[in-house]
Design a protein around this ligand. Structure first.
Ligand code: ZN
Length: 520
């Protein structure tokens, strides 16, 4: 099957604009005039539209996004009343669901972010309700959920987590960090392979609609790799994936055998799924005061945040997985955690034989100036979330007072990293922020979402932004030879837009093609 795509103006990283794509069996076999001069079974006229390569998502949590979407959707709602209406409607339409779990609410609509269980009780009191906050470090639950979980005034805060309380010590309804929400969620029905395959199907639908044809799942807990395996076997996995198994500081040595055997099961599907990747969480987040810093927080002069791994253990684990051919993907936000991660990468490269390892440091939010050149020196891919690169209320009201002006303005030093020769890839961190690339592309360019530009000296061009969301991710995913660009030999994955995205920040998607097939 040969198709000619004629008309439309195409853009691809490092290429002059052109028109005309010849596709055979899903693969690009000619571009420009020679494509237009060929014969084909089908000719598709793209008219006055604009074409770019399909996007990749370099860091996200599609299963979590799909699980959350199975419950009430409260994203963007600006009052308790609106959230109550959404939860109540969902409960009425889904009378057979024993636990109502959804998200993600905007914690900033209530000062201090402590939401009250009674507000949810007013709409659902007979079934447990759990809502995730947009930061995904906080949940808000109703009284039934607290009751079924046995959480009372006598329950102590778990290590690493907290339960917000009323004057008398009884739980108020808000719990922080995974250690605390496990107290509640451990009592909810377990996710099954079947329910997670549904989550994957939902995620694929959302991605294809947004022009994303390859992505990462950067946090696989028990059972999630099995869901991807089931989805790729049944054909429900409609995009290409890089999946990262989560390494746990307490159990990673014992987990190696299980991870290795899972990777083996993906062997027959490795052209679609790369399962040879491991994710490490080095620290928490600046907004919750848990990111690991080199110097203390201003509001807690004795405290510099929390390293989740000891330096020695992180190095040992990174070296071990690297020696087994796993790509390493480390979450590091504070300058202390980023230095720890870079030190581990450096040690791993010193000890282990050379190979094409492509280590990833995700978020890279606050980098100490001395560590900036190390990304390019060590070949570390800095993975950024474009939608985070503006002075949002969280940076202004929550982070600035905690770390001061100098460090606050050192966040997302993207221009500096690019100029140092570092490799960059973009990721959405969905469901933390939107999976739709077009919503994020212009933020690192203007360093704003309407307001004044934040550290405009760190701005990049729109071409760079597009490149980091396409070819940048393809490189991270070891797919630079068939994805992320419109070149001969590449898969015919592209997005058709109504306007030139290089000139119009409001360009919209008209259609999406994956392997020459229209998927939107
Ligand atoms: Zn993430």
């Amino acid at each position: 099957m040969r198709q000619i795509f004629k008309g439309g103006q195409a853009w691809s990283p490092g290429k002059a604009p052109f028109s005309g794509i010849l596709v055979e069996d899903g693969q690009i076999i000619a571009l420009g005039q020679s494509a237009l001069n060929s014969s084909a079974d089908e000719t598709i006229d793209l008219g006055q539209s604009f074409l770019i390569p399909a996007f990749g998502d370099g860091h996200a949590h599609p299963i979590f996004a799909g699980r959350e979407a199975a419950g009430p959707k409260v994203n963007g709602l600006q009052s308790i009343k609106e959230i109550q209406v959404a939860v109540s409607e969902f409960a009425n339409e889904n009378k057979d669901i024993p636990w109502i779990i959804g998200g993600a609410y905007e914690a900033a609509i209530i000062e201090g972010g402590d939401f009250d269980a009674h507000w949810l009780d007013e709409v659902v009191s007979q079934r447990p309700v759990v809502l995730h906050a947009v930061d995904h470090h906080t949940i808000w639950v109703n009284s039934k959920a607290l009751e079924l979980s046995g959480i009372t005034a006598a329950t102590k805060d778990p290590a690493g987590g907290s339960i917000s309380r009323r004057q008398d010590g009884s739980p108020k309804g808000t719990l922080r960090e995974p250690e605390a929400f496990a107290l509640v969620l451990n009592n909810s029905p377990k996710n099954t392979i079947e329910s997670d395959v549904k989550a994957i199907k939902y995620a694929c639908q959302q991605y294809l609609k947004s022009g994303v044809t390859f992505a990462n799942d950067s946090w696989l807990e028990a059972g999630m790799a099995e869901a991807y395996l089931a989805a790729v076997k049944s054909g429900d996995l409609k995009i290409d994936m890089n999946i990262s198994h989560l390494a746990n500081p307490d159990s990673w040595r014992g987990d190696i055998a299980k991870i290795e055997s899972l990777v083996k099961e993906f062997e027959p599907y490795k052209s679609q799924v790369n399962a040879r990747s491991v994710k490490f969480l080095a620290d928490g987040a600046l907004s919750s005061g848990t990111a690991a810093l080199l110097e203390p927080y201003l509001d807690q002069p004795e405290f510099s945040g929390l390293k989740i791994w000891s330096d020695v253990e992180l190095m040992a684990a990174v070296k071990e997985f690297d020696s087994r051919g796993f790509q390493i993907h480390i979450h590091a936000i504070g300058d202390g955690a980023i230095r720890q991660a870079l030190d581990a990468f450096e040690a791993m490269q010193r000890v282990n034989p050379k190979w094409d390892r492509r280590p990833v440091l995700v978020h890279a939010q606050l980098i100490h100036p001395q560590d900036l050149p190390r990304f390019s020196e060590l070949g570390v891919i800095a993975n950024f979330q474009p939608l985070w690169m503006y002075l949002d209320p969280m940076n202004k009201e929550l982070i600035l007072p905690r770390i001061g002006e100098v460090r606050n303005n050192q966040q997302y030093q993207l221009r500096t990293l690019v100029d140092s020769g570092a490799r960059i890839a973009f990721g959405s961190d969905w469901p933390v922020t939107s999976e739709v690339p077009l919503e994020g592309l212009n933020v690192p360019v203007t360093r704003s979402k309407g307001g004044p530009a934040w550290s405009p000296n760190e701005a990049i061009s729109i071409e760079e932004s597009l490149q980091f969301y396409t070819a940048g991710v393809a490189y991270q995913n070891f797919r630079e030879n068939d994805l992320g660009k419109l070149e001969v030999g590449f898969r015919a994955d592209f997005v058709v837009l109504n306007k030139d995205p290089l000139k119009n920040s409001d360009a919209e998607i008209l259609s999406v093609y994956k392997a020459g097939k229209k998927v939107r």
